[in-house]
Design a protein around this ligand. Structure first.
Ligand SMILES: [Zn+2]
Length: 289
């Protein structure tokens, strides 16, 4: 079983909305007019942003972000330590934004396949020239890879819409990218963590440049999670969300490749990778180095 948009909506209603202190709003809509939701938990000065499911095959990262948000809220509520952290104190020190699913259309295509009754699906199938999208689709509903669509030494990796690695006609061409970029410009996070899968790796530079404190935080996250601090190579090295964030804000931005195995990682893996990632995310929020 794989996590999808409907499960996300149900999780928000069931696990988040019951807490009066957890706020919920939309930052925008996808190509197919699906909601791009945002959770806000906390009242503190330090602003942490966690974004997940940029890629269709990586919906387990949305499930992970939702479990973390729900679990954190529960510990704020009951006052118990949360993996050693005082959640109630973190709530006062930190404002946490969680964007659990940046690419709801891509997740839907990857999990549920093409629906011939959808005009956008018929169009994309014609453009890309294949129809077996289930288990292969990383892009949005226009065949643009959302983690190659940011304005950070953007360049065309591929010429046309594709299941992955087509960066679009120009940077920020896609509504999902524009929604995230304008939201980030408004809230100006101190730290941004983009969750991807898989490989157990942490990336924290943009073309060899590290914002102040980024490497120290990455190393602390590495100790807590067992993930390796790495430098991206090839097409993974530019045009991504954390690249843009580092370039525009000169603040620590991270790509975390959660888990091990082959995408899409099944929901059954969530229990195995939850604790290592919860500790990593808490470390970023609390800024313990
Ligand atoms: Zn990814």
């Amino acid at each position: 079983m794989y996590y999808d948009y409907n499960m996300l909506k149900a999780d928000i209603d069931r696990e988040i909305r019951k807490y009066s202190f957890a706020e919920y709003h939309l930052i925008g809509k996808s190509v197919m007019e699906r909601d791009i939701p945002c959770l806000r938990i906390g009242a503190g000065q330090r602003i942490t942003l966690i974004a997940a499911a940029f890629h269709g095959l990586e919906s387990l990262t949305a499930a992970l972000a939702m479990r973390f948000a729900g679990d954190y809220s529960e510990h704020i509520n009951n006052g118990n330590p949360f993996f050693g952290e005082n959640a109630a104190r973190l709530f006062l020190e930190n404002t946490l934004y969680v964007l659990p699913m940046i690419n709801p259309d891509g997740v839907d295509i990857a999990v549920n396949g093409i629906d011939p009754s959808e005009e956008a699906h018929r169009k994309i199938a014609g453009l890309v020239g294949i129809c077996g999208f289930k288990g292969k689709w990383q892009a949005n509903a226009k065949g643009v890879d959302l983690n190659h669509n940011y304005d950070a030494h953007w360049e065309a990796v591929k010429e046309k819409p594709s299941p992955s690695k087509y960066g679009g006609e120009y940077p920020e061409s896609e509504p999902e990218t524009r929604a995230l970029v304008s939201f980030v410009r408004r809230v100006r996070p101190d730290i941004l963590i983009a969750l991807h899968s898989q490989g157990g790796e942490i990336y924290c530079d943009f073309e060899g440049y590290y914002p102040e404190g980024a490497l120290e935080t990455a190393e602390a996250m590495s100790r807590l999670s067992g993930y390796k601090v790495c430098m991206p190579v090839g097409s993974a090295a530019f045009g991504g969300c954390k690249d843009w964030f580092i370039r525009e804000f000169d603040r620590p931005g991270f790509t975390v490749e959660v888990g091990h195995g082959q995408n899409p990682l099944p929901m059954s893996m969530l229990d195995d990778i939850y604790e290592e990632n919860a500790r990593l995310l808490l470390c970023a929020m609390a800024k313990r180095t």
